[in-house]
Design a binder for this molecule. Structure first.
Ligand SMILES: [Zn+2]
Length: 429
């Protein structure tokens, strides 16, 4: 039998029993190992022995990005510093970076479940994986690479950008898988097309980290490259890094590694669980992380759980793609809008291209106005731009109840990025 990185649980009861054990271990571990957590738990009136079942997670206090800043440079540290073998950092948008610590076991766990991602994506040890994400203090490059090596495929660690070298490796080494952001995936697809390299390459799959891919982007990449499949890989530095789940080949949602962390979906205002299937904030609790464990960590990422079991047969639970961040949620004329919603709507409109920008501005009349600048698809008849604009206006009005102006732009007129594309611009005071 081939080596597997999947857990051996036969049903959800077994998974839940494992989660309870992990939760109890974690609370005891941080109570004994971390001054910060011990204070926080005491303030909440919780002792390790109070965790008797999984619902008791709701007794636990929340943590957030603020707690990472306060404990800089070794926030949440729950083991002696001498047991830390590595740190990673994420780019803080304001102020100090978030730094997270890892013991050797944390690294081993991360690499184990990252190998699971490649397994779930259907790779074999024959695959050659071109890794076009950032290296250095970031979790991305090293995570994709060590996971690939552990899985047993061949890693080609190129890093981001450097389009000429990416193309050369695709041709000369016949890479079969490329790992990059979805924006970079689109840029590569367009570049391969422009250079007419398609007949010379052997690319079969793309794995997208760091930002969600919209259906329109996937469709465009698919048209240009004719891949077998594309996958989204979620992840954040606070929770090890990328590789904490994957949408399997059925694409019914993202399987997340419930044997390594518990995911709650809560209303960001009330912090109570949302009804099953509704959008809320992802709140995470790790089950075996030693150096920087997370307890009810508020990610600010919005998604929903998918209740039905995946038709692939794997029992690991599903959440939907990320629909944006609660911080990015914009209130426009008393309606809450998150970026993923706009993505979802535009992706369903024929002839809409896959790049767009949303601009919010305040008019001289004191009212707020939304303008969507949207590329049309390639070879679109310019005479039909007004029709496309009307369709977009109608769909936005129907699905999120707001009016907007729509500028239809030529194909490829918006900037392309090798990293995450900025799509929301709010110039309101
Ligand atoms: Zn599945």
């Amino acid at each position: 039998m081939p080596k597997t990185f999947m857990p051996s649980f036969r049903n959800l009861d077994e998974l839940h029993a494992h989660q309870l054990k992990g939760l109890q271990w974690t609370i005891k571990h941080v109570y004994e190992g971390s001054e910060f957590y011990r204070r926080r738990l005491k303030a909440g009136g919780v002792r390790p022995q109070d965790i008797q079942n999984l619902d008791d997670i709701r007794k636990l206090p929340f943590t957030s990005a603020d707690d990472l800043r306060d404990g800089y440079p070794f926030p949440l540290l729950s083991v002696p510093e001498s047991q830390v073998v590595r740190i990673h950092a994420s780019s803080g948008t304001t102020g100090k970076r978030k730094i997270l610590s890892y013991t050797q076991k944390d690294i081993d766990d991360w690499i184990h479940f990252f190998a699971r991602c490649y397994e779930m994506a259907g790779l074999s040890t024959e695959d050659k994986v071109q890794i076009a994400v950032g290296y250095g203090v970031w979790t991305a490059g090293v995570g994709f690479q060590l996971g690939c090596e552990k899985f047993g495929a061949m890693a080609l660690p190129i890093g981001p950008g450097n389009i000429d070298m990416q193309c050369q490796f695709l041709v000369d080494l016949q890479s079969t898988v490329m790992c990059c952001t979805a924006s970079m995936g689109l840029l590569m697809a367009e570049e391969i097309n422009r250079r007419n390299l398609k007949p010379q390459i052997n690319l079969k799959k793309m794995i997208f980290g760091s930002e969600r891919s919209s259906d329109a982007m996937r469709q465009r990449i698919q048209e240009l490259l004719g891949l077998e499949d594309m996958f989204d890989i979620p992840g954040m530095t606070e929770l090890y890094g990328p590789g904490t789940g994957l949408d399997c080949e059925k694409h019914e949602g993202i399987h997340y590694w419930g044997d390594f962390y518990i995911l709650e979906i809560l209303d960001p205002e009330t912090l109570e669980p949302v009804p099953a299937g509704e959008v809320g904030e992802m709140v995470l609790t790790t089950l075996c992380k030693e150096a920087s464990p997370l307890i009810r960590y508020r990610t600010r990422d919005l998604t929903r759980t998918i209740a039905h079991p995946c038709s692939c047969g794997n029992i690991l639970p599903l959440h939907d793609r990320l629909l944006g961040r609660s911080d990015d949620m914009m209130t426009f004329r008393a309606v809450n809008i998150y970026p993923g919603q706009i993505d979802e709507i535009l992706s369903t409109i024929p002839n809409a291209g896959c790049e767009y920008q949303v601009h919010l501005a305040r008019g001289d009349d004191g009212k707020d106005y939304m303008t969507i600048r949207l590329e049309c698809c390639e070879n679109f008849n310019p005479a039909r731009k007004p029709d496309l604009a009307t369709t977009v206006q109608t769909e936005i009005k129907k699905k999120i109840m707001v009016s907007c102006e729509v500028d239809v732009l030529d194909y490829c007129s918006l900037p392309r990025s090798e990293r995450k594309s900025k799509r929301f611009f709010d110039s309101r005071p």
